[in-house]
Design a protein around this ligand. Structure first.
Ligand SMILES: *Cc1c(COP(=O)(O)O)cnc(C)c1O
Length: 358
């Protein structure tokens, strides 16, 4: 059997959720979109279900997957409905929806139902992606609040630069949010992971942590109080399945991107970019080899990569290679590979996920 595996530590997931909820200062919607950032949405939702205040997903397809698996907690469609035809399903499956555009607003106003609709009304406080302008937001609040079948609204907005602790933009967005929601009834929701970790001024009723649930710090590289409190959830590992020795001057792999400067022992590992490991990880990208610090050499192939074993004389066929986990941490690895922690985690595929500490 191919030895590539992603161990998913569900106790770490629960720990990170509790931290997010504590730092968010109120309730917390566990964000499990994109298959829980590569960790498996159903398994993660099950692991959190007894304590999570609800879940956030990107679309109804993701919500229905959770419902089909028996998840009964609230689920918010954070981008709302993509067309009005989804609204009957929203009611049937008891989902919460964002209303983030005038088209979505009109569709909801025109929808006749005897059920109660749970709506998170989204303000564009400065990111200029989703959400209503402040004027439209206040008008929408009045129209929706007047409907007897609409539950008390949640007032939400999303932050564009909360992962930059030195940017003034987050406090500008907070100011815009406060001004636009001033005097309006409803719980509020602003914080993504970066805000929960780094911007205590933004705490309000509902945090929406995603990345931090999986133990990855969106503020990596910027010192902050909670940097050591996150526990990585995913350990990506595989094994060396072939070892060879090459002479000085000989290349390894596609494009000869690595050329040996000395007689070199090379280990071939069952992990490639088709598994989600970054193709352009440079020579020297850190890994653990049987628990010892080591590194990759040569370009990552679709199904394999190569590591240097010259200084690991005890390692050989069968040696365990950890690509990420407690070392290296995903947010530290990402910039070396010109990518983000989000993309590294979401890219995971083909690798079997093994759930531990359920
Ligand atoms: C994805 C998403 C989040 C979670 O963001 P993280 O940076 O992963 O914490 C929160 N809110 C909305 C609206 C999102 O789309």
């Amino acid at each position: 059997m191919r030895p590539a595996q992603a161990l998913i530590d569900l106790a770490a997931l629960r720990h990170n959720y509790r931290l997010a909820k504590k730092l968010g200062g109120g309730k917390a919607l566990a964000i499990v979109k994109a298959d829980a950032y590569g960790h498996g949405a159903v398994a993660c939702a099950r692991a959190l279900e007894t304590e999570a205040d609800g879940f956030g997903v990107a679309c109804i397809e993701e919500a229905l997957e959770l419902r089909a698996a028996g998840i009964t907690a609230p689920i918010l469609l954070m981008e709302g409905c993509f067309d009005a035809g989804e609204l009957p399903l929203v009611v049937e499956h008891d989902l919460w929806i964002a209303v983030a555009s005038s088209e979505q607003l009109e569709a909801v106003l025109a929808f006749e139902t005897r059920a109660t609709l749970h709506i998170w009304l989204m303000l564009d406080s400065g990111m200029h992606r989703l959400g209503l302008s402040p004027e439209d937001f206040r008008a929408a609040h009045a129209r929706l609040s007047a409907l007897p079948h609409v539950a008390p609204l949640v007032l939400m907005s999303h932050l564009a630069r909360a992962d930059e602790l030195d940017s003034p933009r987050t406090l500008e967005q907070l100011k815009n949010f406060r001004r636009a929601t001033n005097g309006l009834a409803g719980e509020t929701s602003l914080c993504n992971s970066a805000a929960a970790l780094g911007w205590p001024q933004l705490r309000n009723d509902w945090a929406r942590p995603g990345l931090m649930l999986y133990g990855a710090d969106p503020l990596h590289g910027q010192p902050h109080e909670h940097a050591d409190e996150l526990q990585p959830v995913m350990t990506l590992q595989s094994r060396v399945f072939l070892v060879r020795e090459i002479a000085a001057g000989e290349p390894v792999g596609y494009g000869a991107r690595f050329v040996a400067q000395r007689p070199t022992r090379v280990g071939v590992v069952a992990m490639g970019y088709a598994d989600g490991y970054p193709q352009y990880a440079p020579n020297g990208t850190p890994v653990l080899i049987d628990g010892q610090p080591g590194h990759t050499i040569g370009r990552v192939s679709m199904d394999m990569l190569t590591v240097e074993l010259t200084d690991h004389p005890q390692a050989g066929v069968g040696s365990l290679v950890q690509l990420w986990g407690d070392t290296p941490r995903v947010p530290a690895l990402a910039p070396l590979c010109n990518t983000s922690a989000y993309r590294l985690l979401c890219a995971l595929k083909r690798v079997p996920r093994i759930y531990v500490n359920a």
